[in-house]
Each structure stands twice: as C-alpha cells, then as structure tokens.
Design a binder for this molecule. Structure first.
Ligand SMILES: Cc1cc2nc3c(=O)[nH]c(=O)nc-3n(C[C@H](O)[C@H](O)[C@H](O)COP(=O)(O)OP(=O)(O)OC[C@H]3O[C@@H](n4cnc5c(N)ncnc54)[C@H](O)[C@@H]3O)c2cc1C
Length: 373
C-alpha cells in the first residue's frame, strides 16, 4: 500500500490555513510574495529539490500527490507553485554551480518566482519551430524573440528559456538558457487573458538580451530531447491536478445532495440524481489509477511516455466531462461563486492544452500502433 509523503499533509494544511481564507473572501489565490513565502514555509517549493538547496529531495509520487491536493483548492495556484518549483529543481541539478547558487535557494524560500518558456505566439504544439534566436557574440549569447502563454510570466524573476541557435535546423539547434528578468533586454508584456488569474500566465520579449556562457543550461542537440523527457512528468502531475479538482467537486456535490431537498426528500435519495455522482466517482478512480501507475513508474526510472500521455488524455477528458455533470447536478447553485465548479471547469480546459494538447498526446499514443499510424 502506498503511504503519502508528509508533504501531502503539508499541502492540505497550507490550503486550509492560507488559501481557503482567500477563496472564502472571493479573492483568487494569486501566488503573490506573501502566499509564496507561506507555501515555502510548508516546504511546497522544494518537494524534489536536493536537500543541499533547502529542498526535501522527495520522489515524483510526492510531487504528483501534492499537485492533486493543491488543485482541490485551485488549479492555477497548483500550477504556479509547481512551475516555480520545477525551475529550482532543474537549476539545482543541471545549471552551472554559480548560476544555481544565485537562484535556487531564493525560489525554494518563495522569494523569487520562476517559469519555463517554450511557447511563442507562432509556435505551440510544434515546439521545434520556435523562432526566438540565440546568437553568439564573443563569449556571450544574445537572445531575441517573444514568448507567450507562460505560467508565472507576470511575476517571474528567472526564466528557463528555449531558443534556436541555428535558424533552419529545427530541434537540433534548440538550446535552453537561464534568463534573469531584472536584466536589460527583458521586456514583460501585458497578460494575455483574465482567465485563471492565479496562473499568472503572460508574455515577454527579449530584445538584445545578453546571457553569459555559463547561463546556457542545456546545449543544442540535447535541449529539445530533455524538454520532451521532462514534459512526461508535467503530463502526469497535470493529470493528478484534474483528479484533485474532480475529487473536490464530487465532495461538494455529495454534501449538497444530502442537504438540498426536492419533492420531499434529499437530492441524494433520488436514484437518477445520484447516478450522475456515481459515474463521476467511477471515472475519478479510473483516472487516479492511470495517474498513480504512471507516477510510480516515472519514480522507478521506467519509460513513461505512453503512460503519461494516456493518464493526461483520460484525466483531462474526465475532468471536462465530470465537472460539467457535477455542476449540472447542483442546479443553479453550481454557478455560485461560493462553489468551485466554474473555476475548475475553466482549469480543466486549460489543462487540456498545457504540457501537450490532447491531440498531440493521442498522436503519441497512436505511435504505439506501429509504423502505419
Ligand atoms: C493555461 C496555459 C498555461 C501554459 N503554460 C505554459 C508555460 O508555462 N510554458 C510554455 O512554454 N507554454 C505554456 N503554455 C502553452 C501550451 O504549451 C500550448 O498552449 C500548447 O503547446 C498548444 O499550443 P498552442 O496553444 O499554440 O496551439 P496550437 O499548436 O496552435 O494548436 C491549436 C489546436 O490545434 C491542435 N493541433 C495542432 N497541431 C495538430 C496536429 N498535428 N494534429 C491535430 N491537431 C493539432 C492542437 O491540439 C490545438 O487544439 C500554456 C498554455 C495554457 C493554455
């Protein structure tokens, strides 16, 4: 039997103490400085980060389960926290030691927000077609281009950014860099959407931005492949977040169905009404089995490309279907600001794009059918 890492309980306490009061007051749980430092106090910005940098050095399952717990409250908050955390983990393990020392402990302490930027206005699913360029100038790299739809872009102090070093060479020329948002040449743009405010999704431009040689994180020839490998983990924790949202919505609907009466009895006593909730419970359990199996296999170092894709396709679709059904079961109350249904539904839609859209993941799954597919 799986025993949860203590950080899962820490995530529950963080939500109860620091997030629920904001939601009750009708405020989206923006990951502002105060909330980020509170999360850091519960250890949530250092889950898999090496202990030498103040992290807990936990395994991937702990990260997936923490993601699920946080997302019960708000998917945007969960994504914002985990995306900052991922940058700390990546820099601690892969950056030049001097660069890692500059940023990692600050992120883990919640004093610095961080993001990872692949997507551009003209390149999303087709990551190899990015046009942000990195050109060598003496011992430095000069970066130019625009990134869009980046979680935490509105507040990040440090960015892991992908750029093309040899235009025309596709995946082979892509490298990743550590970019400091306080330096000349980093220009933040207005947010692209008012949806999911806790995500802090935004855009920025690099205009003659200069990175030193030791700020190249992963060189051309390796960066594209590494990005696609690490995205498997993201697919699994996004799927876990979908389970968190549906689990929370199901709990609300069950409680409501016990208290709300129609035709002289609780909603829960109407067979047709409770069958909708039973369907949600079945699909949620099936999604969790896919997610936990993929998380366990990733933690064990197995190949999870197919498993991560299957978990995310099923869990995001499950959330889109079941959040709609659960909202419907609540009647008009499902639309109330007091309840999470609309916020979670919007989040499920975003989950179906981020870290690989449903269509791209189905293509990945279909590759297992053989060379005819
Ligand atoms: C909330 C949110 C947060 C995000 N956070 C980040 C982040 O932190 N960092 C980052 O780099 N990016 C981020 N993204 C971007 C995300 O990775 C992209 O949205 C995703 O890769 C899809 O790209 P796109 O939106 O440009 O759609 P496109 O690639 O333009 O695709 C448009 C539609 O066409 C479909 N499609 C495309 N090609 C095919 C095909 N060959 N066959 C069938 N269908 C196809 C897609 O599935 C999609 O439905 C975020 C996006 C969202 C919505």
């Amino acid at each position: 039997m799986h025993t949860d890492h203590p950080l899962v309980d820490a995530a529950r306490r963080f939500v109860a103490d620091c997030v629920a009061p904001r939601l009750d007051a009708g405020d989206p749980p923006w990951l502002d400085g105060a909330l980020a430092r509170s999360a850091a106090g519960f250890g949530l910005l250092g889950i898999t980060v090496p202990a030498a940098f103040g992290g807990a050095d936990a395994g991937f399952m702990a990260k997936a389960r923490v993601s699920e717990e946080l997302s019960r409250a708000d998917f945007g908050l969960a994504m914002a926290l985990i995306n900052s955390h991922n940058v700390a983990d990546n820099l601690a393990r892969n950056a030049d030691p001097e660069v890692a020392r500059r940023y990692v402990s600050e992120i883990v302490a919640g004093r610095l927000a961080a993001c990872t930027a692949l997507t551009e206005p003209g390149a999303g699913s087709d990551f190899a077609s990015i046009t942000t360029t990195a050109r060598q100038d003496g011992g430095e790299w000069v970066l130019d281009g625009t990134k869009a739809w980046i979680i935490n872009a509105t507040r990040s102090g440090v960015v892991i950014l992908y750029a093309q070093t040899q235009p025309g060479s596709g995946a082979a020329g892509i490298a990743s860099f550590v970019v400091d948002a306080s330096r000349a040449g980093f220009v933040r743009e207005a947010p692209l959407t008012r949806a999911l405010p806790a995500l802090g999704t935004g855009a920025f431009r690099l205009v003659g931005y200069r990175a030193s040689a030791n700020e190249m994180l992963v060189p051309p020839g390796q960066a594209f492949k590494r990005a696609l490998t690490s995205i498997n983990g993201a697919r699994i924790y996004v799927a876990a977040m979908c389970c968190g949202m549906v689990g929370a919505a199901l709990d609300v609907a069950i409680a409501y169905g016990g208290a709300r009466h129609s035709f002289g009895k609780p909603l829960l006593a109407h067979q047709a009404w409770r069958h909708a909730l039973a369907d949600a419970a079945v699909e949620l359990e099936a999604a969790r089995l896919l997610v936990y199996d993929a998380a366990r296999r990733l933690e064990n170092g197995e190949d999870v490309q197919g498993g991560a894709a299957r978990a995310k396709v099923f869990a995001t679709g499950m959330a889109q279907r079941q959040l709609t059904a659960l909202l419907h079961a609540m009647g008009a109350a499902g639309l109330s600001d007091r309840h999470p249904f609309l916020r979670h539904l919007e989040s499920a839609q975003a989950a179906a794009f981020t870290d690989g859209s449903t269509e791209m993941l189905k293509e990945r799954i279909a590759r297992e059918f053989g060379s005819q597919a």
